[in-house]
Ligand binder design. Structure first.
Ligand SMILES: [Mg+2]
Length: 118
């Protein structure tokens, strides 16, 4: 069973994505901020992380750096409401596998996750 970590400072998004992937057989953990994400990632070693960029405190880019230091194999998909080419490039350089924009389209999200886990 694949473990997934969903990191977003919006409760509703965490719940929505968790329900969707739980129904598809994933074990899903959620975190509302970067610190929480790092401690869950350390304990659970998820194979895939959905990581919101815009969060209070440690943002998604900083969290991405820490996750990469922790585990090079973890697949990380950045999620953002603002499609910003600079952020996209930076995330890619830091080792994010993909980049998707909100509002989340679940079919697209599922395809992206499946592609990355192959
Ligand atoms: Mg956010």
């Amino acid at each position: 069973m694949h473990k997934m970590l969903v990191v977003d400072d919006e409760h509703d998004i965490c719940d929505f994505v968790r329900n969707f992937f739980q129904e598809r057989g994933f074990m899903v953990f959620t975190a509302l901020n970067g610190d929480e994400a790092l401690s869950i990632a350390k304990k659970e070693s998820p194979s895939v992380v959905l990581l919101d960029i815009k969060m209070k405190g440690m943002d998604g880019i900083a969290t991405l750096k820490h996750l990469r230091e922790m585990d090079r194999a973890m697949k990380i998909i950045m999620v953002t409401a603002f499609d910003d080419q600079d952020k996209r490039d930076e995330a890619c350089r830091l080792g994010a596998c993909d980049y998707i924009t909100k509002p989340l389209e679940l079919d697209h999200l599922e395809q992206t996750v499946e592609k990355i886990l192959k």
